[in-house]
Design a protein around this ligand. Structure first.
Ligand code: DAH
Length: 337
């Protein structure tokens, strides 16, 4: 029996070493260790082995089984390693890979963040308000009477209950003054909505940034200095501006701010970039009426306000010819920012 076992061991180890693939290894396993395999057959003969031989033969049987089992495992592992090596053959792992492209913030978000940073340096705090507004916050409080063309239903999105999507972020001035007494100094970025025909320069939803500063003794000079500082930070120290008289119902006097396009390397013409003015005392009066106090006493306080379109600014700054690029999510456009 000893001889039989030794022979089996030699034969099995040779067969396993010669197994060329996983199937061959499995066949060898079945042949020697399977239910009707050669080793199983030998172990069935154990019952006929004499008492004195039993321990020795038993140990030998175990040794052979262990040797065959580990030879099978080793062969399998070796075959797997060979397959891996073959798969990697010809692959140069030291070559530079294809780096995944990192995403970036949307150009409007980038501009908004930059604008917030600049105003924060001048002590402006961030304020917020709802996109769905009532007419009072969007118009009445801002000295825009019911017969004003801005309130035309062709110009604004109205909800069935009479509320509307705010047409400008100036609603946030109103809400801030309603809840806080002067002095206040806020900026308020946010979405604004208008029933405009969508084209290269108009979207029905766009982004604005509003500003408001109310305190004692605030003057047109403060307004001018603040906006000039802001736009010079954005466009460069040598950018040229002009404040052109204009009309807004909620400011008096009112201005539009133009920048000389040459600051952007473009033709020699003026581009309108913001609206602004000194808060109309009529606005303070409606706030006081709503608050039920005289916190915004027009005899004591003055203030300036401004608003500009972030989309428009981003277009001007980046030379983007069509505002719709900002909402189309085309990687070829966005990847440039
Ligand atoms: N609300 C104006 C608009 O949407 C922009 C604006 C102009 C805001 C003058 C102001 C301002 O606060 O004082 O066109």
């Amino acid at each position: 029996m000893d001889q039989q076992l030794e022979q089996l061991r030699t034969e099995a180890l040779a067969a396993i070493a010669g197994a060329a693939d996983e199937t061959a290894v499995e066949q060898a396993r079945i042949k020697y260790l399977g239910q009707s395999g050669a080793l199983t057959a030998v172990s069935k003969g154990m019952k006929d082995v004499s008492k004195e031989d039993k321990p020795r033969i038993g140990k030998l049987l175990n040794d052979v089984r262990t040797a065959v089992t580990s030879a099978l495992d080793e062969r399998k592992a070796a075959l797997l390693a060979d397959a891996d090596a073959a798969a990697f053959a010809g692959v140069d792992v030291t070559l530079p890979g294809t780096a995944p492209r990192l995403g970036s913030l949307h150009p409007i978000t980038q501009l908004q963040d930059r604008a917030i940073q600049i105003f924060r340096r001048m002590g402006f705090a961030l304020a917020d308000g709802p996109d769905i507004e009532d007419e009072w916050h969007c118009f009445d409080a801002l000295n825009t009477p019911a017969d004003h063309p801005a309130r035309n239903e062709q110009d604004t999105f109205y909800l069935p209950d009479g509320r509307l999507l705010r047409t400008h972020t100036s609603t946030i001035q109103v809400r801030t003054m309603e809840s806080s007494a002067p002095p206040i100094r806020i900026i308020a970025p946010g979405a604004a909505y208008r029933r405009d025909e969508v084209d290269a320069t108009h979207l029905a939803q766009f982004n604005q940034m509003e500003g408001l500063y109310v305190a004692e003794g605030v003057s047109v000079g403060d307004l001018k200095g603040t906006l000039e500082f802001f736009f010079r930070e954005l466009f460069g120290k040598d950018a040229q501006f002009r404040f052109r008289p204009h009309f807004f119902p909620f400011t008096e006097p009112s201005f539009e701010v133009d920048i000389k396009a040459t600051a952007l390397g473009a033709a020699d013409k003026w581009l309108e970039i913001a609206g602004c003015g000194m808060v109309d005392p009529a606005v303070f009066e409606s706030i006081n009426a709503k608050r039920g106090d005289t916190a915004y006493d027009p005899e004591k306080y003055t203030g300036f306000a401004f608003g500009f379109g972030l989309d428009r600014l981003a277009m001007i700054m980046s030379g983007t010819p069509d505002i719709r690029y900002f909402t189309q999510n085309d990687q070829r456009f966005l990847a440039q920012f």
